[in-house]
Design a protein around this ligand. Structure first.
Ligand code: PLP
Length: 437
């Protein structure tokens, strides 16, 4: 046995015994062990202990926007850690990176969003949004406005509040839901209106939606949907929250996904791409109006805050990451390369019979797998997981979505990807699909 084989064996055993993986098939992990132990990342590529190289077609978890191995971010983190790694922001304490990042976000966010509450990730950001909107209506003298409406195919995270919105399997995992949540079919403004009428607008605090549904299968809203949502929310005095955890910081070819629809939310959540995953960071932005209302109406202390809200090192890395996205025109690159990726999907569709609808907005894309291209009938059991396996063997990491009878491949490569790498992705996909056909 070589030294490397011994290392793989040792790590695999420790992994099985001690590392409970997030969102993982627990039994299968015990049987098969870790499929990949990654050791290095450079640009759009990941490398594993076996020495294999993969295109990271998902930016890992939709988040490594500037690509792997960016020394500038490591240097920024090191300098900030040496100066002030951490200090509290509770009460009136503050730090320069958090102040500057909140100011930068106000500058680039959709007009009107002006103040940021920081968290460590997307679930915390969404939980914070739910708590803040409920507190908002309490302060406004409307305590019955508590419910949060979400869409049945949306994903907002796994903390108790976040997991109570969106996809059903995540809700059922805990065998009990946080109260005051209700659900509407995705992208139907009429269904939203009907739900509000049924529940009573005086019981509803907010409606939350991703601008493009990511984990639910990369579903893109029709052009007028969010304009209608904005009108409905205004009509019924309901706050509109957008979950930009995946869609922000250039991912869709604009700074924020909701910009494609020309509306401004009251509250906007972000995470992932804000640091390109180099450090955990998320947050919630409030409109200036809501922020002012909080200032005027609050009495005493706002009893919500995390130890790591406004973490100086995470915020310094966030600032640097946004600067890199701007200086390297990565939002524009996402738009141009997104079109290339979609062209590739369409080429696959015209050459392979098991591809149904293909979708994309910037560097978020999806391919539906079907038994019949004409009727869009699906296979009896999903084929996309098999394609994901074949793609990995050939050096491409992508993901399958099989919730709600879907059989979908989803993609979100780093925003630095170039045309050659997109062509390589397409070619690997072609071979992988042929291998399972
Ligand atoms: N919201 C959306 C749209 C997401 O895609 C995710 C994670 O994938 C989350 C929230 C949860 O974020 P986190 O895993 O950082 O808690």
């Amino acid at each position: 046995m070589t030294k490397n084989e011994r290392l793989i064996q040792e790590l695999s055993e420790l992994d099985k015994k001690h590392f409970l993986h997030p969102i993982s098939p627990i039994k299968q992990q015990q049987e098969d062990g870790a499929a990949f132990i990654f050791t290095e990342g450079k640009g759009v590529h990941l490398y594993d202990l076996n020495g294999n190289c993969y295109i990271d077609g998902m930016s890992s978890l939709w988040n490594v926007n500037v690509g792997h191995g960016r020394e500038e971010l490591g240097k920024t983190a090191m300098e900030q850690m040496q100066k002030l790694a951490y200090s509290s922001n509770f009460s009136t304490f503050s730090n320069e990176p958090a102040i500057r990042l909140s100011a930068k976000l106000a500058q680039i966010a959709p007009k009107g969003l002006s103040a940021t509450f920081f968290a460590s990730g997307g679930s915390e950001a969404n939980d914070t949004a739910y708590k803040l909107v409920r507190n908002y209506w309490l302060l406004k003298g409307k305590p019955s406005k508590k419910k949060i409406i979400s869409q049945t195919k949306s994903y907002h995270g796994v903390s108790m509040g976040a997991t109570s919105t969106g996809l059903k399997p995540y809700r059922e995992f805990t065998n009990s839901l946080a109260p005051d949540f209700c659900y509407v079919e995705h992208f139907s403004a009429q269904a939203l209106r009907e739900l509000i009428e049924t529940e009573g607008a005086d019981t509803i605090a907010a409606f939350i939606s991703e601008p493009v549904q990511g984990a639910g299968g990369v579903h893109i809203a029709p052009e007028n949907y969010f304009k209608e949502v904005r009108e409905i929310c205004d009509e019924y005095e309901i706050l509109f929250i957008t979950d930009e955890v995946i869609t922000a910081f250039g991912r869709t070819g604009k700074d924020f996904g909701i910009e494609h629809y020309g509306v401004t939310p009251d509250v906007m959540c972000f995470a992932k791409g804000v640091t390109s995953g180099y450090l955990p960071l998320g947050g919630v932005m409030l409109s200036e109006e809501i922020h002012q209302d909080f200032i005027e109406l609050s009495e005493g202390t706002m009893l919500h805050g995390y130890t790591y809200s406004g973490h100086p090192t995470a915020c310094a890395v966030g600032l640097k990451n946004i600067e890199m996205i701007e200086n390297e025109n990565l939002t524009e690159n996402a738009k141009v390369m997104g079109k290339e990726m979609l062209n590739g999907f369409n080429w696959l569709k015209s050459n392979l019979e098991i591809i149904g609808e293909v979708r994309g907005l910037g560097l978020m894309g999806a391919i539906e797998i079907v038994k019949d291209q004409v009727t869009q009938e699906k296979f009896d059991s999903p084929v996309s997981p098999l394609i994901v396996g074949e793609a990995a063997k050939r050096g491409l990491i992508c993901r399958s979505v099989i919730f709600d009878g879907q059989d979908t491949l989803v993609f979100a490569p780093p925003l630095i990807i170039n045309k050659t790498e997109i062509e390589e992705m397409t070619s690997i996909l072609y071979d992988s699909i042929l291998a399972v056909e």
